[in-house]
Ligand binder design. Sequence first.
Ligand code: NIG
Ligand code: FE
Length: 414
Amino acid sequence: MSVILIKNIKILVNAREDYALLKGEALSNLPQINDAYLLIEDDTIVKYGKMYDRSYPTAEPTEVIDATGKVVMPAWCDSHTHIVFDGSREQEFVYKIKGMGYAEIAAKGGGILNSAAKVAAASEQELYTQAKKRLDEIVALGTGAVEIKSGYGLSVESELKMLRVIKKLSENSKVIIRSTFLGAHAIPSLYKENREDYIQLIIEEMLPKIAAEKLADFIDVFCEQGFFTPEETILICNAGKAYGLLPKIHANQLNISGGVQAGVAVNAISVDHLETVSQNEIDCLKNTDTIATLLPNPSLYLRMQYAPARQMLNDGLAIALASDYNPGSSPSGNMNLVVSLACMQMKLLPEEAINAATINGAYAMGIANEVGTISAGKKANLIITKEIPSLTFLPYAFGSNLIDKVMIAGEFIQ
Ligand code: NIG
Ligand code: FE
């Protein structure tokens, strides 16, 4: 058995046994133990406390790590990504610089359909190799659990291909991966004139096959003008639920789309984006367990407004933060940047942003009993920072890589 003792930790962050989905004010409560130790056996957190506690372990560990001056915290839980895609779309980056909007690019056959054409032409192995590289990249940046969506397939064959890539990533990695079926990401060109037929294809052909191969945990729909209506969203989510897939919705990214209301109607685990909301959407989420998953990267990249996070917290909502790593609206999966942006642009306090990117992200993937806090019995998925003056320094010094080591399931990856 491997026994790792991390000692002299300057601040041990989010160590708690009483974890729960954090709503409103509760997000600002981020437990911190100064001058701490943390004991790990194999892949599991065993105990932690103050250095001079009576609980300080006496048995000889296999490895001792001195974290003097460093912060130790749970690895990021990124609950919304699209890291299976082929190539990249930097040409659209230039279109955007020249003034074209996201919806305009999509309407011209760019956007999601552009990626779908590439995915159709790529082999499962090619997609796997590219996605694995992206996964390794985000893990080195401190992500220890990640949700990955399909949605660049848009045909039975290609959606299954993407989901099989996600399954293979999960089998070949110690990172906890959750898979989401996003067949309803866009209407493929072939079905432009008969969208009902595509929705029927999702419900009658894709879903049964995905369920039979156990390829997905969640079902997602891009509920947006020009994509899927709230009625279609509800129909597709209910079909997914019949196969045991929990709904997650792309809601209110570009317009007041009805996506939040559709999400609440189907009891979604999360409604994601929410850049464009009124008080109605916030009221609709009050007193529900549906998590508002906020994605500051696409706001930065598409030069759009940020979700009104402060207003949501004032109204007692549960919020999570995620990267939305994808080729069209967030070509970055760096959760450190996400947390910084949430502080700088959404006015979250560092404590709120860190809770939203760890324990609440874990809830948004249904894995809060495994990761997201430093708790006895949870997976040892950790970030050890470089020497930093305070925890606030982490989001403050945006753009610097302040990570010294990342541990996934009890093993250091770098
Ligand atoms: O979450 N908004 C829809 N889907 C992605 C973007 C997809 C793309 O442009 O390729 C998102 O932002
Ligand atoms: Fe997305």
